[in-house]
Design a protein around this ligand. Structure first.
Ligand code: ADP
Ligand code: MG
Length: 687
């Protein structure tokens, strides 16, 4: 139930004073349906309107002057030029439309404050379409600093600002939900003061992420989000699940491997086993660089579950990946007599029916699958564990659907996308985390070089040499959007050229090929029938061909750092020396150069993620979205990472101490949560 005090926040914008039936839909489309959405729209900038005289006006700046209207034009055709003066000079007010109404409101001889951009044109001072023209006694209506809002074709910044101001006047003061100590320490004002402050900045720095008003609001938002995440976590941790305590099969499987688990793998498996045996539902994320051995840890957990007599499922986002998981696991599973099934969208007719029947009857203990497993006709006999690889590639709703196929299903997810630690609190706040920060021993460093595309011929030569030793290679071209026709042509052209130049078997794979064809090519590459795989980023996740020792990435500057790092992880999987060549096009921006050099200098995925994040800068909203960030209004994940960490700690504390808190505080926190209203179940992404 939403607290009554918040009703004004949730009033529809169409009910706001001055918002007529024509403008309401425009405004709602732009900012959202309610007054809250309007006042939670953070200004994108601040205009300063210093007061000046005409003699000291500066051309090109927005300024405010007190003038006397002294003459109207006599010719009513063309642009209208009104002459205004002060004691120091003359200013022409220019309008490109009729000015009859203006003339009545501001007759010759009247004193007016005018504000707008002043420019010198043909030696004359002029102001085109002033932002403000107000009577001398109303100078206070012109703000010395004016918040600027992202505008649209039909909504100007000033219109939005007017409605924001009007919206703010309808809002009640809210009780304080933050502790006195914190407010004191940070010097933060009350919520309402901070909100008003952001919309009525007292200086050009008034909306900066580092400003105390903005930080207060960002903290509130982060805290509300963390409270939502942490209370979900607490609920989950209190929801009973079947205890799984077996580990004979998995220990046997582990002993039969030709290598030993890394310390990090052992620790992660211990974490998982602890969760499985706790009697409560697990939700754990294993985060680790490509090749750190996540899949194997998950497989051990699945064996524990199988030994206990239950089913588990391992999902991966693509057919290729899941098939690879399945094929690698098969020898281990067969030696233990564990039945596994591979379920993909490719299964049709009788085969599909048979597989489904086996799963429903419990004849298969471990199911490897793609999205096909979510489907309605798929039923399990006793699903107890769901493992999801590259979990961010699946929607929340899809995962939910999977969990509904069993009773209190344990959940283990895996991600190779390293993100900075504090930021993980936001993206994965609900899960417990195990980090694989150790590479299996014996891996060779990948030698990375950054080279301009002009040296393509050298690269071809190098490639020939590598292939002549019997090794395989990847050649990656950017195909950022499915719609980029030119990119597609480029990768096809490169494929033909490589086929000509190398005289070796070259394969082509890109995202727009039918899945069956893609798989065929990749399988042939895995069987060493194809020597060079020319590809778009479809090879990014998971493909494991240890005999491939060189990867060339064209137009590397167009990729994200984390993505390049993942691509590079396609090589260096065996014991042979591997190389990564990053080709770039000139001119290379300073930032792009820094990014590529970082990649050249380190293989530490977490360091790369951290730096990538900082180099992206504060403006990279898209990057934030791709990393799985929620759509924050006040929080800027780059500038406010300290606040996110603080909020996470405080949320844990508050949820733990919930019963000991004064009632007023509990009530205020409830208001906070409703004010930000985090809906954690975001809609599914398209497959
Ligand atoms: P990830 O899923 O983290 O990318 P995988 O589990 O697919 O990593 O492992 C990558 C490769 O390393 C696989 O071929 C796997 O058999 C191998 N591997 C896993 N753990 C070890 C280990 N401790 N020592 C040596 N090789 C390992
Ligand atoms: Mg993997």
């Amino acid at each position: 139930m939403r607290p009554e005090i918040l009703f004004p926040y949730y009033t529809s914008l169409s009910a706001l004073k001055g918002v007529g039936p024509k403008i309401a839909p425009l405004l709602i489309k732009h900012v959202g349906p309610t007054v809250r959405d309007l006042v939670f729209t953070v200004p994108s900038g601040v205009i300063e309107r210093p007061v000046t005289t005409l003699a000291s006006a500066i051309s090109g700046l927005t300024q405010t002057v007190l003038v006397t209207i002294s003459a109207y034009p006599t010719n009513l055709r063309g642009p209208q030029r009104i002459v205004a003066t002060d004691a120091t000079g003359e200013l022409h007010l220019i309008f490109f439309h009729k000015i009859r109404g203006f003339e009545i409101k501001h007759p010759v001889g009247s004193q007016r404050w005018v504000s707008g951009k002043i420019e010198i044109f043909n030696g004359l001072l002029q102001m085109t379409h002033p932002d403000y023209v107000v009577a001398e006694s109303h100078g206070g209506d012109i703000p010395p600093f004016e918040a600027v809002y992202p505008a649209t074709q039909s909504l100007t910044s000033r219109t939005i600002r007017r409605f924001v101001q009007s919206g703010l006047t309808t809002l009640p003061n809210l009780p304080e939900w933050l502790g006195e100590d914190l407010l004191q320490r940070e010097g933060w004002p009350a919520f309402n003061t901070a909100l008003q402050g952001v919309h009525m900045p007292q200086g050009v720095t008034g909306i900066h992420p580092g400003h105390i008003y903005r930080r207060r609001l960002a903290y509130d938002e982060a805290l509300a989000h963390q409270l939502a995440l942490k209370s979900r976590k607490a609920n989950r941790q209190a929801s009973p699940a079947i205890k799984i305590s077996s580990n004979i099969w998995s220990d046997r499987a582990r002993d039969s491997l030709p290598f030993a688990f890394t310390g990090a793998q052992s620790r992660a498996l211990d974490d998982v086993r602890h969760d499985l045996n706790s009697g409560y539902r697990m939700n754990r994320l294993i985060q680790g660089d490509v090749g750190s051995g996540k899949t194997l840890v998950a497989l051990m957990a699945m064996l524990d579950v199988a030994e206990a007599g239950f089913q588990s499922v391992m999902m991966a986002p693509t057919e290729i990946l899941v098939r690879q998981h399945y094929e690698k696991a098969l020898p281990i599973l067969e030696s233990l007599g564990v039945n596994a099934i591979l379920m993909t969208g490719r299964d049709k007719g009788l085969v599909r029916e048979q597989k489904r029947a086996n799963v429903a009857a419990g004849l298969a203990s471990i199911i490897f699958g793609t999205h096909a497993v979510f489907q309605d006709g798929v039923e399990f006999k006793s699903l107890q564990l769901a493992v999801i690889d590259e979990q961010h590639r699946f929607g929340v709703g899809q995962r939910q659907k999977l969990f509904q196929k069993g009773d209190s299903v344990h959940y283990l997810s895996m991600s190779a996308t390293p993100i900075p630690r504090t930021l993980a609190l936001t993206v994965y706040g609900e899960a417990d985390l195990s980090i694989l920060d150790e590479k299996p021993p014996g891996r060779q460093a990948i030698h990375t070089a950054v080279i301009p595309r002009a040296r393509l011929n050298d690269v071809f030569k190098r490639l020939k040499t590598v292939l002549s030793t019997g090794a395989q290679a990847y050649w990656v071209c950017p195909l950022v959007e499915d719609t980029a026709e030119s990119d597609l042509m480029a990768v096809e052209a490169r494929y033909r050229e490589l086929s000509d130049v190398l005289g070796a078997e070259v394969g082509l794979v890109h995202g727009r090929m039918p899945p069956v064809d893609k798989d065929t090519v990749i399988s042939r590459f895995a069987r060493n029938e194809i020597k060079l795989l020319c590809a778009t980023t479809v090879v990014e996740v998971g493909i494991d061909v240890p005999n491939a020792t060189i990867i060339i990435i064209e137009q590397a500057e167009r990729f994200g750092l984390a993505q390049l790092h993942q691509l590079r992880g396609r090589v260096g999987r065996g014991t042979d020396k591997s190389a990564c060549i990053l080709l770039y096009d000139m001119p290379l921006s300073k930032n792009a150069q820094a990014r590529l050099e970082l990649l050249r200098d380190t293989e530490d995925g977490f360091l790369i993620a951290e730096t990538d994040w900082k180099l992206r800068g504060e403006g990279d909203i898209l990057g934030a979205k791709q990393s799985g960030f929620p759509e924050y209004r006040f929080v800027n994940p780059v500038s406010h990472d300290d606040l996110i960490a603080m909020a996470s700690r405080e949320a844990s504390y508050l949820i733990q101490k919930h019963h000991d808190l004064p009632r007023a505080r509990v009530h205020a926190l409830d208001i906070l949560r409703n004010l930000f209203d985090w809906r954690l179940d975001v809609p599914d992404k398209a497959d």
